[in-house]
Design a protein around this ligand. Structure first.
Ligand code: SAM
Length: 326
């Protein structure tokens, strides 16, 4: 949800054109899957990547840190995890078996996640193995792509299979930093040439959509609630999804220490589904960014993300706000 993969050529072009070919440091405060961080990741650029969800933090560490885990060792462990044969029910299968996953897959996921905690020799190894598990889970989830709900009929019956994540050790800058904090806290600690911001823009919380992966990443066997068996998410609700998002955004911009600030922000205002409407108006964005520097807005047409309910708008334009800090 909100992944910027398709927009990367546009984002890269605008950022490199305005900041030069060599960027010393690039900070991605709402990094999500890390697609934008990875697009700027090279030996010469220090990447600072942050997301408040642990289910994003683990993959960010896996793909962006030059950790010392031995790949052959990790490969062996993945082979072992794939060979496990589940029998009894466990924490995971009792909650998500027969709904989000087939009962067999759910039992195996629970068994694998328990085993990861036992066999990991280091934090980084655990992060890689949990990332491998979450990616494999996503492929066989009985959903429409997020975990707010499951499909009525069980459509994904393939057995789960973990793979070794593609680790790009050679191109990773040794100074990269990955954080797992609220963006408004993280911003006070970092300084960078480029600050890229991709906050949620409507009232759909990422912690609601990805509660299940978050539960697996945390693995404290927390109580779950409701039809979708969600964990308590009060502490990870994003302030960018509420109506006073512009106040939170202004606070972040005022605390930012960067030469160039880029913001991806969707402009949906009058959607039939109120939850899809953006929380910060263009007027507020322009006012806030103009206080910090000189503003330009770049646009490209891009198919809008829909949850399957709203009609996709072919006129939709995706914007990148650029503030050259003065
Ligand atoms: C639009 S997505 C980012 C997508 C990302 N650019 C990509 O290409 O995958 C927004 C991300 O911000 C995170 N997030 C939301 N509110 C946050 C906050 N207050 N602090 C840190 N991260 C937050 C969400 O967990 C989500 O991963």
């Amino acid at each position: 949800m909100g992944n910027k993969n398709k927009l990367l050529p546009f984002i890269k072009k605008i950022i490199y054109e305005n900041c030069g070919d060599v960027i010393d440091s690039f900070c991605d405060l709402f990094a999500g899957t890390g697609s934008v961080s990875q697009a700027f990741n090279n030996k010469h650029t220090k990447i600072i990547s942050n997301d408040q969800l642990i289910s994003n933090y683990f993959p960010l560490c896996t793909f962006l840190l030059n950790n010392d885990s031995d790949i052959t060792n990790v490969q062996e462990k993945i082979k072992y995890l794939n060979s496990l044969k589940p029998k009894a029910n466990n924490y995971f299968s009792l909650r998500y078996g027969g709904t989000f996953y087939t009962l067999d897959n759910a039992k195996k996921i629970g068994l694998i996640r328990n085993a990861i905690d036992k066999i990991s020799d280091s934090h980084s190894e655990k992060q890689i193995l949990v990332t491998s598990l979450m990616y494999a889970m996503d492929k066989i989830a009985n959903t429409v792509g997020h975990y707010d709900a499951y499909r009525k009929s069980m459509n994904y019956t393939k057995p789960i299979k973990l793979r070794l994540p593609k680790l790009e050790k050679k191109v990773i800058n040794h100074n990269n930093v990955i954080l797992n904090e609220d963006a408004n806290t993280a911003v006070k600690k970092v300084k960078s040439d480029v600050l890229y911001l991709d906050p949620p823009y409507n009232s759909r919380h990422y912690c609601d959509a990805y509660h299940l992966l978050e539960n697996v990443a945390i693995w404290k066997k927390l109580p779950t609630f409701g039809k979708a068996e969600k964990i308590d998410r009060k502490h990870i609700k994003s302030r960018y999804c509420f109506k006073d998002a512009s106040i939170v955004f202004e606070e972040l911009i005022m605390n930012a220490k960067a030469k160039h600030i880029f913001l991806s922000y969707n402009s949906t205002r009058n959607s039939r589904h109120g939850r899809s409407n953006s929380k910060i108006s263009d007027y507020a964005i322009k006012k806030i960014l103009t206080k910090k520097g000189k503003l330009r807005i770049f646009e490209t047409s891009h198919p809008e993300f829909t949850t399957g309910k709203s009609v996709s708008n072919s006129e939709h334009v995706e914007r990148l706000f650029y503030c050259k800090v003065m």
